[in-house]
Ligand binder design. Sequence first.
Ligand SMILES: [Zn+2]
Length: 447
Amino acid sequence: MTTTYVLRGVRPLGGEPADVVLSGGVIAQVAAPGAADVPAGEDVVEVAADGHVLLPGLVDLHTHLREPGREDAETVASGTRAAAAGGFTAVHAMANTSPVADTAGVVEQVWRLGQEAGWVDVHPVGAVTVGLGGERLAELGAMADSAARVRVFSDDGKCVHDPILMRRALEYVKAFDGVVAQHAQEPRLTEGAQMNEGVVSAEIGLAGWPAVAEEAIIARDVLLAEHVGSRLHVCHLSTAGSVEIVRWAKGRGIDVTAEVTPHHLILTDELARTYDPTYKVNPPLRTAEDVEAVRAGLADGTIDIVATDHAPHTREDKDCEWGAAAFGMTGLETALSVVQATMVDTGRLSWADVARVLSANPARIGRIDDAHGRPVEVGEPANLTLVDPAATRVVDGAAQATASGNTPFAGRELPGRVVATFLRGRATVLDGRPVAAAAAGTRGGAR
Ligand SMILES: [Zn+2]
């Protein structure tokens, strides 16, 4: 027996109010308020949702779930529960696990763990090079042909810096409509780097990670993608210069897409003055001018998506001096709020635009747009998230679903609250809380 959900008075994509009925895994009705025809004799749950915004379930192209290998920081189960709490219905799990996801065996393991957990659809990212070693290509074709059907390949955490390997990877993925997602970091220019290179790094004496180390790789890679006629995705773009390069490349017709993280939309390198390693991240927090440039790039479509780069770390790896701390911050449970604060409440994006940058575009780039990032229309899969944009909350790191506490937003008030998340019509989050029964029992549903 499946539950039918009647969402009363919701605003699909922030538009006119409607009643939306979810039944049999799909959107069964979109009716005027009060006009939904609710079938009798079924298990029906009414959700009072006056004025709440209904979006297609969010899709994260860049999540670190840490399993296998670092289950002390996060597991597929805890990370995907956090994803559901944040309004996501699908995540792409990065390959820098232990062992690295560089074979069909490992990507299938992660994919199965995702199905068993049942919170969101987990789509493993395959490594570009064996062991992220940057020396020879991994078995991209075998991962693409596996049960996990990998389409996104990345050495994220490391840059594919050898131009010949990058060229071959771009050529190789064309055979199965894949994409290479590059962590753009010129290694020689960033040896020992701890934070953005600029005024603040000079003043506080931490080694700098210059903007040019990101921009030089992006410039090279868009030209390589053009040369071989392949598809490139730029991970966590963070500088004004990177926005300009991507804008130029798109104007030239190069098949490139780009992402920005929530933290690069709101935080700056001034936070390094605290020496609190919570703010240590790769690429580093940049300047206020860079923040303005990435917001403008997201608003004008130069940047296609927001992706979290959710990077959970244990207390031991973060509660230490800056130089010894791991790079990364969590993001799944705050991403939508940060996008609302920086882009919606400032008038730069509509809710329909949010659906584009947090759902439709990442689903298309990851080639999962048969099931995710769909219009909110009758007959479409009921992968949805319901947001109360009028709510505010103070972020409590300890109360989050992720197994790690390294959120940079602890104690900060953010707008918006995910009220409910639905995966194929099944509530994974209801009344703002993950639904315990959501886990398990969904095998075979992900594809
Ligand atoms: Zn990265």
